[in-house]
Design a protein around this ligand. Structure first.
Ligand code: ADP
Ligand code: MG
Length: 247
């Protein structure tokens, strides 16, 4: 369902050109749960933004469900995105002045769903992530793990086919990370395609397949989730993000 061929992308600012994706070939099938690993700055977030239709690419081809994605207008991209993709970010990206339920309901607001229906859906998804009793709390009144659960509910509320999670456990302690991964795994068991960017080998090991980004390309190594636990693969910048954030 996701197919990239020889995808290149560079960032330009003035005379500076940073080539980030340098010929990415990538296939992710419907219903797969994969991890994307690579050192900091290797282009993982850039790749997720391209796959998630948040950003374009310079050359190559990206097919999403057999449709070639190229030079989408922002309106068209937003439409496709809201139908296909749910995002989860390391820093949650919740709107600070909206309650948990209002945050979860936001994607439906952008789809033009009326308030009553979208709030009902928001409560249903908050219930699914175990936070029914926090619906009227503001993000500042929630722990990190709870915020990420709200973000996962928000990613799911519009029933996307693909969930992209960019370091979803990067700001969480180990126990909370595992709880969040269990929740994401249940998302995958519902038949959704799930892509999890992570620095952490134990998190990657919870997926079915690991994609390694290196020097702007997908490394062609036979990777099993177990192999990710072998520290000899890891470069110096692959250390897990600092744990110990508030739960
Ligand atoms: P990762 O998520 O693997 O840490 P990123 O995709 O965020 O890597 O970044 C890859 C490289 O692209 C880095 O060198 C980063 O500084 C650069 N980069 C990312 N986003 C931008 C941007 N909007 N403008 C310029 N450079 C960027
Ligand atoms: Mg990143």
């Amino acid at each position: 369902m996701i197919r990239l061929r020889d995808v290149h992308k560079a960032y330009r600012s003035g005379k500076n050109v940073v080539e980030v994706l340098r010929g990415v070939d990538l296939d992710i099938g419907r219903g797969e749960m994969v991890a994307v690993m690579g050192s900091s700055g290797s282009g993982k977030s850039t790749l997720m933004n391209v796959v998630g239709l948040l950003d374009g690419y310079d050359s190559g081809t990206y097919h999403l469900d057999d449709s070639l994605i190229s030079k989408l207008s922002e309106t068209r991209a937003a439409k496709l995105r809201s139908r296909y993709i749910g995002f989860v970010f390391q820093s949650f990206h919740l709107v600070a002045f909206k309650t948990a339920a209002e945050n979860v309901a936001l994607p439906l607001y952008y789809q033009g769903v009326g308030r009553r229906r979208r709030m009902a859906a928001a409560h249903e998804y908050l219930d699914r992530v175990g936070l029914a009793d926090r619906a009227s709390h503001l993000p500042s009144e929630l722990s990190g793990g709870q915020k990420q659960r709200v973000a996962i509910a928000r990613a799911l509320v519009a029933d996307p086919k693909i969930v992209l999670a960019d370091e979803p456990t990067g700001a969480l302690d180990t126990k909370t990370s595992y709880e969040v991964m269990e929740l994401l795994a249940s998302v995958h068991e519902d038949g959704r395609t799930l892509v999890v960017v992570t620095h952490e080998p134990d998190i990657a090991a919870m997926t079915e397949r690991i994609i390694h980004l290196r020097d702007g390309r997908v490394e062609n190594r036979a990777a099993t989730p177990e192999a990710a636990l072998d520290p000899s693969h890891l470069g110096p910048s692959s250390a897990p993000a600092a744990a110990g954030a508030a739960v």
